[in-house]
Design a protein around this ligand. Sequence first.
Ligand SMILES: [Zn+2]
Length: 461
Amino acid sequence: MDTRTRSVEQIVPSTPGQLTVYACGPTVYRYAHVGNLRTFLLTDLIRRTAELLGLQVRLVQNITDVGHLQDDTAVDADGEDKLLAQARAENKDPFAVARFYEEAFHRDLALLGVHPADAYPRASECIDLMVALIVTLIDKGKAYVGDDGTVYFSAESFEGYGAISGNKLSELRAGHGATGESTATGKRFHADWALWKLASESREMTWPSPWGHGFPGWHIECSAMSLELLGSVIDVHTGGIDLRFPHHEDERAQSDSAAGHEVVRHWVHGEHLLFEGRKMAKSTGNVVLVADVVERGFDPLALRLAFLSSRYRQQANLSWDAIAAAQKTLDRWRASVAAWAEEPSKPMCAEVQAGVLEAFCDDLDTPRALQVLRTCEKSSMPDGCKFEIFAWADRLLGLDLARDVGRAPAALPEGAASLLSERATARGGKDFAASDRLRDALAALGVAVKDTPAGQEWTLS
Ligand SMILES: [Zn+2]
């Protein structure tokens, strides 16, 4: 689901065979709660699906360790940096705090079975890139140095501002700054935002720049890092729904202004997560961490399965009961997979396989994919066949289902699953020419297909 166009779109990579993905990462001043992790899981699901379809994925996720203010809806150049505030509270060096929570973030992702990104650039190590980008934006007349010495992006210079969130510049006056007009200092227009802020002598984490000693605004880092590491066309950009505005709106304005064209082809946002019916917020004490889940004796992958039970774009209400139910399913599936593995291996039922893959390809309809698997589990299909299906599906689910199995499943070569799925569709539509062509393509990959009354069966030749 593309947030900007508000429709489900087919993702066609700009470079055939390769998918570039940028994911907004954590601000490393605290532990990521399970709501944040659900968004990171969304990126993992996109990546796993693309890879199963034979695409080479390049994923970049940033680490925000500077410039993210306590209140980023306010364009307040004096606002307090989240990380610096936490460092003061912990009485530690801000970089030490950042590295501590960054490590915790990586640990949590590993526990949740999220494959690591190809690069995790840190904002504090990309200051040069940001400065260079700001220089470009000033040269292009998109940014200016305000009377207060802060460099601002000129919101009015970017036609189409607000396309992701639906916010119009003319309506932003009231809502953009939490403290309203009083935040306007050296900027020319109320909705302009800071790209570079001057720092006082006492502030930590500052850098030299053509505009004086200071630090970058939060939004500029994602533009600078994504353009540098993925190029000026990015297939998919993910993030939590709360980042839609102003973060992604501002990022889009910056990136597109610098590149001279639409940089991000698809914006995909993960919805909010409620826990026990309430919003997850520190102020209400309703924050759940992976550590809390583990402490209650659950496998972190039960949390992953609980997430898969709702679609990423729907608000989900997680509860301890839901995690307990997911744990039961996970235990049962692992035990079944181990038992099924004892039976002779049978070719996968291509229809079940296609059902799972189609659900994932249909805007990550994970509840439907799980339903297909539950039906397969209860069916009279041979155990050897169920084993292969579940072992294969786990490449998408990431639940470590074959954990207790002694032998490795007969894995399909890269790209074969999508060909089988296409062929099932072609046969369904009585397109036998396409079906024969796909059979040859599969044979070239070493997969022999047989048509039976129950559908396609395959074996590795
Ligand atoms: Zn970002």
